[in-house]
Design a protein around this ligand. Sequence first.
Ligand SMILES: Cc1ncc(COP(=O)(O)O)c(C=O)c1O
Length: 377
Amino acid sequence: MYQYRKDYPGVWENGQIYGRSLATMLEASPTPLFVVSPARSLENSTRFVELTRSLTEDRAEVFYSVKTCCDPQILRMIAQSSVGAEVVGNEELKLARDAGFSRFIVDGAWKSSTLLKETIESNCQIINIGDANELSEIDAIAQQYGIVQPIGMRLRLPHQNFLGLSSQEFELVLENLSHYRHLLLSGLHVHAGFNILAQNIQPIIDTLQWGASTASAYGQHITTFDVGGSMAEMAAIENDLNRYVAMLVSSLLTMSEARLIFEPGRLIVGDVATLVVSVVRRTSGNVLIIDASAELLSFLSGQTPLIGVWAIGRPLRGSLNEMTVRGIWESDHDYITVQLPTEVIVGDKLLFFNCGAYALSFTEAFSPYHTHIMYID
Ligand SMILES: Cc1ncc(COP(=O)(O)O)c(C=O)c1O
């Protein structure tokens, strides 16, 4: 069950979202309203870069995962911090370039020829291979440009069935690597897909260590360990990151030239957008119907909702109660259970503080409902 938050420093404090009065914003715009703070993404990104650099003694590089939120204003902000962009498609590459990113890595289960050509041409730092069939095309393009392209191999983690290369597939690639004269295997990549914390990191370390020693047995020297995203979202305890990064450093950065790559998404943009919705009905059984729809589903994608209440100036003093929050869709599945103050009534506003990842981009692209967006500069 999700907890009600009275305030959330930097996002929601004393009736203000990102330092601006919610009452004033609601005079200017109806709900559902996304309040977006591009500046927050720059703060988050800068903080993460500083944290990883200091914990690794400058042996970490950060590439923002563009898919997580590709809103141009947010991308432009993030590009101002010293991070590169992790892209999986042409559109993402174009958006990232237009926003001012100049360093790229490429991921993804399938990479179009256009994406490969454009990234190889612009000195893509590393292309992470998800399938051995990608090798010959990348080798041929690198040959055309007269370069040797650094590549990484995405390895399958024990809990994954389809993503990345299995141990047998990886060894087969290593056996055949000498056929590709324009590729340099320098990296290993994993992406857990859950929130990595110090207590669940061991399989990631084991897989990367196994990959490096297997590659070494075939004469390949791995210098880059790319741990993907999953660095936890804003709702997770950020302090754990220190322990987590320290474990990666002590177990993977054992050679002087070794370095780590991080590809954070939700950690950078999770809390850059707050969705403000109105309670339009309160039914018996403590069900609150809100005037939003698909957003309710999309923010659940990998995020732990952080929810507050704005009771139109009325102080909320009562006890918390278990309530069901539902959008206006007629569906038995689209609801969440939250602890909310008992006095929430029709007209009050619910605030979903971490709607920056996926929800914002999806809303802009697909929602048939008119969602209002207000940028805070
Ligand atoms: C390969 C890869 N890198 C990075 C990310 C971003 O992950 P997160 O939001 O957990 O940081 C994703 C998202 O799923 C991903 O698939």
